[in-house]
Design a protein around this ligand. Structure first.
Ligand code: CA
Length: 753
């Protein structure tokens, strides 16, 4: 937002009270888009979509098939695409694109690419607009499964729209008398053979001419109305200098369903403006569920840009039939089922804060999600861990159980807990056919030895730590639902984190099946027994038993000293098994916070752990410093990959003043709120207010705290206290409140006392 350099700063301040609900203006969807392979500031694209929408839309600066869809520093746009997956690392599926072309018809993606500048670009959640340097303007407003597009061509120039069928098999069928194109694309990951994205496009202007082409040969077939093949596409010519609108919708089920969706979502909108205003209203209502007051305009821009990003995941993967009933195509077995399905998330990232934020704000959706997980288990035999939309088993851990346990302890009762435990037990005692997080890599040794041995298994120490946490979640769910069989099994295993703790070095380390520690231990060494991190990052992954970890480290003093050291150690990198700098390493070095690597997930909860060891003021200081230093609302707005709403959710929760350190428990650990006041409107209609008197960047420390007017000493908030509505008040001050000594019950949840 610094870039946007509000001339209207004063104006904004004056109007913000009068239009308190116009929050969409704070969102910059370009946040985090200035990313590249070797260094990311978010790895995002300017997502134009509704909350949790099935389809998103974005301008495309990268080649077809390149996961880097839109990079801020690129000079040309080659298309406007229907998109889904968030990250260049995962690439995307079910993509097709449109490109307006003036003068001479050019179809090839390199030839049609047109320069643009950011000053001619508007990037809001409900509205994307760009005027390319050739004077063609494109505007996009989203619905959940479709979009309304508007192309304005320069006067008297021949005006074309090119439809690109992307990287794999596609079909286009042009129906001139209905001003329509239908077709499908079948690009996708880990999906059954019959996976198709059926689309329908209806224009509001007659066709002057039309034809097909394909992006393999780039050969144009004038007058041809149908083509199927790799990269098959279409072009339409309109009258010169036209302003043409296109309504688009798509379906994974059928062409008929795409037409039903088009009518259902876009039928009521006569003009582009109406679609845009409707989308704006939806976002303002959504963002208004958390109303922040006080703070700077930039802090509000960062907050709402992050809240926007957090609210895109998980994506709906279901559709509404002619009767308005939900049903979906299963990316697991290729069949059609009744009910709800969601996709585009990797639990390794999102179990930490993104799902807890959804559980708090959107419990109805979250309840449906729990059943979708069990449906996926029925359909493919495994619980999802990374939905692409099919299952890839990427990253590590079996974190579906974290979602189940967290939902249950937060009062969500929509799902069969016995089935969830059975599915998890199957997950924990088998290895599936896909990646390491499909079933359990090293499950036998984990069960027999109490840890996953290294070097027998890659990233084994990280796996042990996350399996132990997941086992705790299963224990929690079993205990809460009276399932003693599973309770006993997982109770035995949830302390397994201790088995990879080396008392000689005071770190979690790689250990082989004979019990020998990995030689030449270097806490700065990345990879090997760790996932995308080093020993400094992985020491803290004992979410469920921080007291146990405090014990291993020799008590609270030594524990907090170790936490301090993360920031005071040099940012040294030993690239280890990665054999070279990966972007996460560079991001840690650039942050100038020692070994603190907020750009990746393993350490994101760490600063909150000071609360478990009677030094809450350090959590308060660091959490504010991280928010201030590592986040902003610009294209450089994140300290690394955003990752399906996780890094945004960290900010949203932290800015409110608390964080979900241990999903699967009902507690949020207190940090330091950014705003003077935040009002959360819950789905049950209740309001929970977080008030921070005398708050400022300098006054980041919490003095006295009151919950509903009563003195409050606990270092965590209970989910039920939020749900009931009410107010927590923090008296903010410039000096740490060193006098607070907590009773044990004031400390956040730990298994060990
Ligand atoms: Ca990451």
């Amino acid at each position: 937002m610094k870039k946007i350099a509000f001339l209207g700063f004063l104006f904004l301040n004056l109007t913000v009270t009068a239009y308190a609900q116009d929050l969409v203006k704070y969102v910059n969807t370009l946040q985090g888009t200035n990313s590249r392979h070797e260094l990311t500031y978010g790895n995002t694209y300017p997502t134009t979509a509704l909350p949790f929408g099935m389809n998103t839309w974005t301008p495309q600066t990268g080649r077809n098939g390149d996961g880097w869809k839109y990079q801020y520093f690129k000079k040309t746009i080659r298309g406007f695409q229907q998109a889904h997956q968030c990250s260049s690392w995962t690439n995307d599926y079910a993509v097709f694109s449109f490109m307006p072309v003036a003068g001479k018809l050019t179809v090839n993606e390199e030839e049609r690419a047109t320069s643009f500048s950011h000053k001619n670009e508007i990037a809001a959640p409900h509205y994307y607009k760009v005027k390319l340097d050739n004077e063609i303007t494109t505007e996009i407003s989203p619905t959940e499964r479709g979009a309304h597009l508007k192309f304005t061509f320069p006067e008297r120039q021949k005006s074309y729209i090119v439809l690109d069928g992307y990287t794999k098999l596609s079909l286009v069928k042009i129906i001139p008398n209905e001003r329509k194109i239908i077709g499908y694309v079948n690009n996708g990951h880990y999906v059954p053979e019959n996976f198709k994205n059926y689309f329908i496009v209806v224009f509001d202007e007659p066709f002057v001419s039309y034809g097909t082409w394909d992006n393999q040969s780039n050969e144009i077939m004038p007058g041809d109305s149908m083509k199927e093949g790799k990269g098959a596409g279409a072009y339409i010519q309109f009258k010169a200098g036209v302003t043409v609108q296109a309504k688009v919708a798509s379906s994974y089920i059928s062409h008929e369903q795409a037409a039903i969706t088009l009518k259902r979502e876009l039928g009521k909108f006569k003009t582009f403006y109406q679609t845009k205003e409707a989308a704006k209203k939806i976002w303002n209502e959504h963002l208004g569920r958390i109303l922040v007051e006080g703070g700077t305009e930039e802090e509000k821009a960062t907050f709402y840009s992050c809240f926007f990003r957090a609210s895109l995941f998980s994506r709906q993967f279901f559709e509404y039939d002619a009767q308005g009933e939900p049903y979906y195509y299963s990316a697991y077995d290729g069949k059609i089922y009744r009910g709800f399905m969601y996709t585009d998330t990797g639990f390794w990232d999102t179990f930490r804060a993104q799902f807890p934020l959804n559980a708090l704000m959107y419990p109805t959706m979250h309840g449906r999600y729990m059943n979708a997980l069990l449906a996926a288990y029925d359909q493919c035999g495994w619980l999802p861990s990374w939905s692409f939309p099919g299952e890839g088993g990427s990253m590590i851990g079996n974190h579906a159980i974290s979602l189940f346990a967290d939902a249950w302890v937060k009062g969500i009762r929509t799902f069969d807990t016995q089935k969830a435990l059975k599915a998890y037990y199957h997950e924990a005692t088998n290895k599936g056919p896909w990646g390491p997080a499909n079933g359990r890599h090293g499950w036998k040794e984990y069960y027999q030895l109490g840890y996953v041995p290294y070097p027998e298994y890659g990233e084994a120490t990280a796996k042990t730590l996350e399996y132990a946490y997941d086992d705790f979640c299963a224990y929690q769910l079993a205990k809460h639902t009276g399932s003693s069989f599973y309770e006993k099994i997982f109770e035995r295993q949830m302390f397994n984190y201790k088995n990879v703790f080396n008392p000689a070095t005071l770190f979690m380390e790689g250990k082989d099946s004979k019990g020998e520690w990995k030689p030449k231990f270097d806490p700065f060494e990345w990879g090997g027994p760790y996932t995308e991190g080093n020993a400094w990052h992985w020491l803290w992954s004992v979410f469920h038993d921080v007291n146990g970890l405090i014990g291993l480290l020799g008590g609270k003093e030594k524990f907090t000293t170790k936490l301090d050291s993360v920031f005071t150690e040099p940012p040294t990198v030993n690239t280890g098994s990665y054999g070279g700098m990966i972007h996460e390493m560079t991001e840690m070095v650039n942050a100038e916070m020692g070994q603190y690597a907020h750009g990746n997930q393993p350490i994101q909860h760490m600063v909150y752990l000071y609360n478990y060891a009677s030094q809450p003021w350090k959590a308060q200081f660091h959490v504010r410093n991280i928010m201030n230093k590592l986040y902003n609302s610009t294209e450089n707005g994140y300290p690394g990959d955003e990752d399906q709403g996780q890094t945004s959710s960290w900010y949203v929760l932290s800015a409110l003043g608390f964080y979900s350190v241990c999903p699967g428990t009902s507690e949020y650990v207190i940090g330091s709120p950014v705003f003077e006041k935040a009002t959360i409107t819950l789905e049950n209609g209740k309001k929970f207010v977080i008030k921070a008197t005398n708050n400022s960047p300098k006054n980041c420390y919490i003095g006295a705290t009151r919950l509903n007017g009563k003195n409050y000493t606990a270092k965590f908030l209970e989910h039920t206290d939020i749900l009931k509505g009410g107010m927590i008040e923090f008296d903010m001050q410039s000096q740490p409140n060193l006098t607070v000594e907590q009773s044990l019950s004031d400390r956040p949840f730990s298994l060990s006392k």
